[in-house]
Design a protein around this ligand. Structure first.
Ligand code: SF4
Length: 346
């Protein structure tokens, strides 16, 4: 049997699997039984699905398979952050970061593309360009593989790639991860981060519930044009107008990520403009200190500048959370592990 002709169950939503099974003359409820085995119990062999008849299991083996990932490389930081690199079937690679939170539980940062087309200047992934979108199974498998290392509190789509450039696969992956009978992540436990693709932000909001984060990083179009070329297409005014118009759940806030880069966007003048931009928004600001690395000329900000920046926002009633830079010693900024691997210095 040619394995390549088999359909990976992890590429299918429950609705899609139900249709395929019913086309094969099987009972519809079998789809949910299979999904429970795969996601709630982590089973990847049809032979272990003991509440399915032997005949059905044999039929399934002719048409389907269940992919199962183990990392090619794991780096663990002194602060407990773990970074996994997975090799894909076409020899590309993708990375996932498991970050311990103060609550004692972990957040998983997953990727949605191999590389990225957005060219953000502070991001190493941006320098690789886009190779391809990840499949639904490749997005979901990052979570399944990490769950083998223990439960996860939340998932953030903030790794390699612009999730809204791979919208259909991302939405299907969320549909799978949300299933109560499977992984059971509710929309409140998942956050998607975008560089600011305005039309796709509206489409996302129409099609699925998920926490929204916007990577902002600058308070003037002149600087954001430089740092994030997407700004030339969707400048700040248009982006923030969209953020005001997108319907939010009660108590939901949009997260604005602001990477503080030394001498670039970390002054009190920037903070002042940021306060103005946030006016009328249900927002919180995540202040992330830039992680210096050899391939970039950008510098980490002065800790005092970070303190003053945060204080300025807090004093004006803006929720501003300083995100500790996790995994400093294992290249945990997005794209850095892949960068190291490709330069063969891991
Ligand atoms: S920051 Fe995100 S959107 Fe920007 S280049 Fe990197 S991966 Fe792409």
């Amino acid at each position: 049997m040619n394995e390549n002709l088999l359909i990976d169950i992890k590429n299918l939503t429950l609705a899609e699997l139900t249709v395929l099974l019913s086309d094969l003359g099987k009972e519809k409820f079998r789809a949910l039984q299979i999904i429970k085995w795969v996601y709630a119990r982590g089973v990847t062999s049809f032979d272990e699905m003991t509440d399915l008849s032997k005949v059905l299991r044999e039929d399934l083996k002719q048409r389907f398979m269940v992919s199962d990932w183990t990392p090619e490389l794991v780096e663990t930081s002194s602060d407990g952050t773990r970074k996994y690199l997975y090799r894909l079937s076409d020899h590309e690679s993708v990375e996932t970061v498991r970050i311990p939170m103060e609550s004692g539980k972990d957040t998983l940062c997953i990727s949605t593309q191999v590389g990225c087309a957005m060219q953000c200047q502070f991001c190493m992934t941006g320098t690789f360009g886009l190779t391809r979108n990840l499949t639904v199974a490749e997005i979901v498998n990052q979570v399944c593989a990490s769950l083998k290392d223990g439960p996860l509190q939340s998932i953030v789509l903030m790794g390699m790639g612009e999730p809204l450039h791979n919208l259909d696969n991302v939405i299907k992956a969320l549909d799978i991860l949300y299933l109560d009978q499977g992984c059971g992540f509710g929309p409140r436990r998942v956050t998607l981060s975008t560089s600011g693709l305005v039309p796709q932000m509206f489409e996302l909001a129409r099609r699925v519930k998920v926490g929204l984060a916007v990577s902002l990083n600058a308070t003037t179009d002149a600087l954001r044009d430089q740092l994030m070329p997407v700004n030339k297409k969707y400048p700040l005014a248009e982006l923030l107008k969209a953020c005001r118009e997108i319907p939010l759940e009660p108590r939901q806030r949009i997260t604005f990520e602001y990477i503080l880069i030394g001498g670039v966007n970390d002054t009190l003048t920037d903070a002042k403009r940021l306060v103005k931009l946030m006016h009328g928004l249900r927002a919180k600001v995540n202040l992330i200190t830039y992680n210096e690395h050899p391939a970039s000329a950008f510098k980490s900000p002065n800790p005092k500048a970070v303190e003053e920046f945060q204080r300025y926002l807090l004093d004006r009633d803006i929720i501003a959370i300083k995100r500790a830079s996790k995994g400093q010693d294992i290249s945990a900024a997005c794209g850095q592990l892949k960068g190291k691997l490709e330069r063969h210095d891991v």
